[in-house]
Design a protein around this ligand. Sequence first.
Ligand SMILES: NC(=O)c1ccc[n+]([C@@H]2O[C@H](COP(=O)([O-])OP(=O)(O)OC[C@H]3O[C@@H](n4cnc5c(N)ncnc54)[C@H](OP(=O)(O)O)[C@@H]3O)[C@@H](O)[C@H]2O)c1
Length: 242
Amino acid sequence: MTYALENKRVLIVGGSSDIAAALATDLLREGVRVTLAGRDFEKTAVAAKAVGDDVRPMALDLSDEESIQAAADEARAAGGLDHLVSVATERANGPVVSAERRAVLAAFDAKVFGPILLAKHFAPVIAEEGSLLFFSGLGAWRPAPGGVVMAATNGSVSALVSALAVELAPTRVNAISPGVIATSAWNTAVPDRDLLFQRVAATAPARRVGEPSDVSAAARALLINPFITGETLHVDGGARWA
Ligand SMILES: NC(=O)c1ccc[n+]([C@@H]2O[C@H](COP(=O)([O-])OP(=O)(O)OC[C@H]3O[C@@H](n4cnc5c(N)ncnc54)[C@H](OP(=O)(O)O)[C@@H]3O)[C@@H](O)[C@H]2O)c1
């Protein structure tokens, strides 16, 4: 069975991220009709324009069910959707003894509650051969001090996609778990991003950090393969084993 992405409709939530931009750029090149969604419409519109004039911006806040429902209604009115991808994350790093409930909830909104509500409202809008794709992360499999909340959200994503794949079949549901990827998110996430990248590259079997293009290639593989569902694909250069 073959499946091409040309002319398919793909919505990517978390539109301002570098990984969303890389995926949107590659999809556009393959003839996909791409929509970028984000909680800040103006910022998302700028991100969409930077990818291409044909990319549509959409407002969608994963912490607000009404906005998720409105986005699903908009997609339905536009004729439906083939694939929904959410790369969104809200970081809540730090020692668990100083965890703040509001930050923990925001992290779960972006990665767990939001995706559950995306499934609720978008599943009826997704075409039969379509799929949902969510983002986990290495922190769930290689926990580090200060990473308790992100380990919990990222681990939940993997459990969520397997359960959704069973319930929403034949709609496919998968996850990608990136390792350290060179995105602008690291510019503020750590004191010295270059030092972190050097350390990761020295130990990971791939001997480098990842690029957004590595993640985009894996995401497109999951979107087109009709026989993969309920899976988490690790795009981490082997870092789980180092
Ligand atoms: N980069 C890495 O090394 C790495 C490693 C492991 C896992 N990952 C995973 O890969 C994905 C992409 O990573 P990235 O580095 O490109 O992320 P990023 O730059 O931090 O982007 C996160 C995106 O999520 C959006 N977002 C957060 N809360 C939202 C909400 N409530 N509603 C809608 N959008 C929301 C942000 O919107 P605003 O612009 O409005 O803030 C932003 O567009 C994430 O899921 C991340 O956990 C990345």
